[in-house]
Design a protein around this ligand. Structure first.
Ligand SMILES: Cc1cc2nc3c(=O)[nH]c(=O)nc-3n(C[C@H](O)[C@H](O)[C@H](O)COP(=O)(O)OP(=O)(O)OC[C@H]3O[C@@H](n4cnc5c(N)ncnc54)[C@H](O)[C@@H]3O)c2cc1C
Length: 373
């Protein structure tokens, strides 16, 4: 076969790709990349869990206000599907809001998920006297249910945020990812760079998703070669931080206590109870709990469900893709394979649903067959 024939064949492969990935793979110019085959058989399932992301169309809230005449209340909640991702950056923003409002150094933090812990730890590291009050602490928080990839997604709707919020969001994402880099490859924190692929079923309308923070996805290569890439019209390949929340949150609790912080298990049923706290500064890091406690009805549950499989040593990549039945993502951990892709707004159900487990196993099984032959 001469060079001209080869080029014609490669061009033809692009057009045929969406119809027949297997056929176009055989015709492609370069051999397709190799992916170890994910085993999605139901006997490998070790648990199914569901959690409620604290979602606001207008994005997370960071704001300080006077409370009960003598106190400063700093709101810091509503991180949707990106609380772990954004935690260090928005905690820094919340602490700046506090410092602009008061010089008090004794602080209460309501909430012991990733947002309360990260806020509490940063305050304690500044030498402040910090107590976290929470109904639940790890491993029994929504933060423990997270996937968790470092990626600022599913935390706002574009039409509902302004340029000021977006600029602060980008700055916070940058701060946060920089801080996570201190923990990479330390098994005590469970944070690892992982090669990640977006297998896009359609051509993206523009460059990668976030514009000004694209550089936070290092090693980015965009492939437009469906003949080689299993019939996907566009594939983004990059490196992402992958976080195991059970390990990471346990480490945050330990770091917080080492820095002098205290944790008290308490439930607050109305803001009046906060008045009885001795601390003059109170951070509201109650996640979805802030809806009932402070009456923010813009804060809504976005239900997510995960099917967690036995670990598979040869799976060293992650992916995000779609199917006719909804989105799908696969994140590998040292101790498990996490299959996800559920996003249900205004659904309060926290029990895992067997139909959704079946959808995740079937959908990921299809992806495995497509990319691993
Ligand atoms: C399936 C799924 C996948 C996800 N994947 C990712 C991901 O890949 N990457 C990512 O960054 N994020 C992900 N998330 C989102 C992430 O989990 C959340 O954004 C994050 O957990 C929010 O943290 P938080 O500390 O605000 O809330 P929580 O973890 O819910 O913590 C809230 C704390 O406040 C306490 N509290 C609440 N109300 C009260 C009250 N009235 N009195 C006393 N204490 C109270 C709770 O007990 C708890 O301690 C995912 C979420 C789900 C469900």
């Amino acid at each position: 076969m001469d060079r001209r024939q080869l080029i014609r064949l490669a061009a033809g492969a692009g057009a045929a790709a969406a119809l027949s990935p297997a056929r176009t793979m055989a015709q492609s110019f370069n051999p397709p990349p190799e992916f170890a085959r994910l085993d999605t058989s139901p006997r490998r399932l070790i648990r199914a869990v569901a959690g409620l992301r604290p979602f606001r169309e207008a994005g997370y809230v960071v704001r300080a206000e006077r409370f009960d005449r003598r106190k400063t209340l700093v709101h810091h909640y509503g991180h949707g599907g990106a609380g772990i991702t954004m935690s260090w950056g928005t905690a820094a923003e919340a602490i700046n809001a506090m410092l602009a409002a008061t010089s008090e150094r004794t602080v209460a933090v309501i909430g012991c998920g990733v947002i309360g812990l990260t806020t509490g730890l940063q305050l304690a590291r500044r030498g402040m006297d910090v107590t976290i009050y929470a109904e639940q602490m790890p491993p029994h928080t929504t933060s423990n249910i997270a996937g968790a990839i470092w990626g600022p997604a599913s935390l706002y709707r574009r039409h509902a945020v302004d340029e000021g919020w977006t600029a602060r969001f980008h700055a916070a994402a940058r701060i946060s990812q920089r801080e996570f880099q201190h923990y990479v490859n330390d098994p005590g924190y469970g944070v690892y760079w992982t090669k990640t692929f977006n297998f896009n079923r359609r051509e993206p309308s523009g460059p990668f998703e976030y514009g000004p923070i694209d550089d936070l996805y290092p090693g980015m290569v965009q492939h437009r070669d469906p003949g080689r890439w299993f019939g996907y019209p566009s594939v983004d390949e990059y490196h992402c931080l992958m976080i195991d929340p059970d390990i990471y949150l346990r480490a945050l609790v330990s770091d917080f206590e080492t820095a002098g912080g205290r944790i008290a298990l308490t439930r607050f049923d109305d803001p009046g109870q906060l008045s009885r706290l001795s601390e003059r500064v109170v951070f509201n890091c109650a996640g979805l709990g802030a809806r009932a406690l402070f009456g923010d009805e813009d804060l809504r549950p976005m239900r997510g469900q995960l099917a967690v499989l036995l670990p598979q040593d040869d799976i060293d990549y992650a992916y995000i893709t779609g199917s006719d039945q909804g989105s799908l993502y696969m994140f590998p951990r040292k101790g498990a394979i996490v299959l996800g892709g559920t996003n249900e707004l205004d659904v309060w159900e926290t029990e895992a649903q067997p139909e959704e487990v079946a959808r995740l196993l079937a959908g990921h099984g299809e992806v495995a067959r497509r990319i691993s032959g």
